[in-house]
Design a protein around this ligand. Structure first.
Ligand SMILES: [Zn+2]
Length: 466
């Protein structure tokens, strides 16, 4: 905290120096002499068939379950309790493990640390905390290096770029003070060879400064929060600004809505790639140039659970809540971890034009925290297609009561209020029956403290209605 306060008052050149020193530390932490071998191996595994992957996953899983059941206090006590109650189920089989809600881990992360890792230096990462308190994740340098090698292979090498290339990040770190009204709205990080742009300062006046900085630093690729890059793209198009040629834009941390992708593609004239991942590193996926989202089987085992039927789905086409067993972090094993994301099982039948055999993962349907509660007690995820084809850049749905909703939208150039009100009312009423809808136009939708866009806000406590 103190470090952050000191950083914020530094003049720009010293901010660059501080960011660069931090960047050298991060580079040393994430990459080492083994990185290239790990990247090569990851790329070679992409030709494996399902059978090879399942065998490989079973070996990793057996190791992880043993570490979890015998060296992690939380699980060990859980199994001891079961044994005392006469339960003879084997911990060697994943199906015998209970679902672990993310709240358990958030409330007591240290109970999930393996005693094998006591002598190691563990680094702390944390989840984005879009819905409240972040969860602390502990991992050794080896785990971090393995995760970054996979990212290097699948979010960079697939597109011919390298972490040593100059690159740009558009993300939620507060790299300059929030109240700053003059450029630079970015900081240069020499350690990572990265220019880090603030998502908090993009508006119609500052867009040209961002484009000027893109010309100055000439990043080869960009990693972005898609909602922010889409807004920047909108200003670029409106003001006919010309950004330099970028090889690829990789989106992370938020859903990449179709409208976002369209704006970014038009403004930057390059491929826009979506990814799925999490600080817990229990599951990850990324798109190839054919825009298939490919699952990364090294990351973990995905199961899909239907909480209403209280059973696991076996069909790839059925959506449900993710239950994830991460295979990469033996320091803090998460077994059957329910992170409240909704999605589908990986599909091994899909044959992609890119010829990689990694299974496809149908686009992530959202988070169970984004469920609208209806008057008749149903919980619906309606955000996916709510704005499809409508003249808005982005929208936020706010549920005030069971039958009153507010829709905040950032209009695009073809927007008219009457048409929008008619269309959005019809769509919402189709899902929710007769409800009151207020429409508000805004120039931007406020971000949360992490710089992320929140597509749905509920002002009611769903628990009280369940
Ligand atoms: Zn593909």
């Amino acid at each position: 905290m103190i470090k952050q306060r000191v950083y914020q008052v530094l003049p720009s050149p010293l901010k660059n120096l501080a960011a660069s020193v931090w960047g050298y530390y991060l580079r040393h932490l994430r990459f080492d002499h083994q990185t290239e071998t790990l990247v090569e191996e990851a790329l070679q595994r992409e030709s494996w068939d399902r059978n090879q992957w399942e065998k490989w996953q079973q070996v990793q899983l057996a190791r992880l379950l043993q570490v979890a059941a015998t060296t992690v206090p939380y699980y060990r006590e859980q199994w001891q309790r079961r044994r005392r109650n006469g339960d003879k189920a084997s911990w060697e089989l994943l199906q015998n493990w209970p679902i672990l809600d993310k709240k358990e881990v958030r409330d007591n992360p240290r109970a999930f640390l393996s005693e094998n890792s006591k002598s190691k230096h563990l680094y702390i990462d944390h989840t984005g905390g879009t819905t409240g308190k972040p969860t602390l994740i502990f991992e050794s340098r080896e785990v971090i290096r393995n995760i970054y090698a996979l990212h290097e292979a699948r979010t960079r090498r697939w597109f011919g770029v390298h972490h040593r290339d100059r690159w740009g990040m558009l993300g939620g770190q507060k790299v300059i003070p929030l109240h700053q009204r003059r450029p630079p709205y970015w900081v240069w990080n020499g350690g990572l060879n990265q220019v880090y742009f603030s998502v908090f300062h993009i508006n119609t006046e500052t867009a040209k400064d961002y484009v000027r900085a893109l010309w100055k630093y000439r990043p080869v690729h960009l990693m972005v929060y898609p909602s922010s890059c889409a807004i920047l793209s909108k200003f670029i198009l409106e003001q006919r600004l010309r950004p330099p040629q970028i090889k690829v834009i990789v989106c992370n941390s938020e859903n990449t809505l179709p409208k976002y992708r369209e704006l970014m593609t038009r403004a930057f004239n390059c491929p826009v790639i979506d990814t799925y991942g999490m600080a817990e590193a229990c599951a990850a996926a990324s798109e190839c140039l054919a825009l298939t989202q490919h699952y990364w089987p090294e990351s973990g085992i995905i199961e899909v659970y239907d909480p209403q039927k209280r059973e696991f789905s076996t069909e790839p086409g059925t959506a449900g809540e993710y239950v994830l067993t991460g295979l990469m972090n033996d320091d803090m094993p998460l077994v059957r971890y329910a992170n409240h994301d909704l999605g589908y099982l990986p599909n091994w039948q899909h044959q992609c034009a890119c010829e990689r055999k990694l299974p496809s993962l149908a686009s992530i349907a959202g988070r169970s925290n984004d469920l609208v509660l209806t008057k008749d007690g149903r919980e619906l995820y309606i955000l996916d297609s709510l704005y499809n084809g409508l003249p808005v850049i982005e929208g936020q749905l706010i549920q005030h009561t069971l039958d009153s909703f507010e829709v905040k939208v950032v209009p695009d150039e073809t927007y008219t209020r009457s048409a929008m009100l008619g269309a959005i009312t019809a769509r919402l009423q189709q899902y929710l029956g007769s409800v009151n809808i207020t429409l508000t136009e805004v120039t931007e939708i406020e971000k949360n403290a992490n710089g992320k866009f929140k597509p749905f806000v509920s002002m009611i406590n769903a628990q009280t209605y369940r």
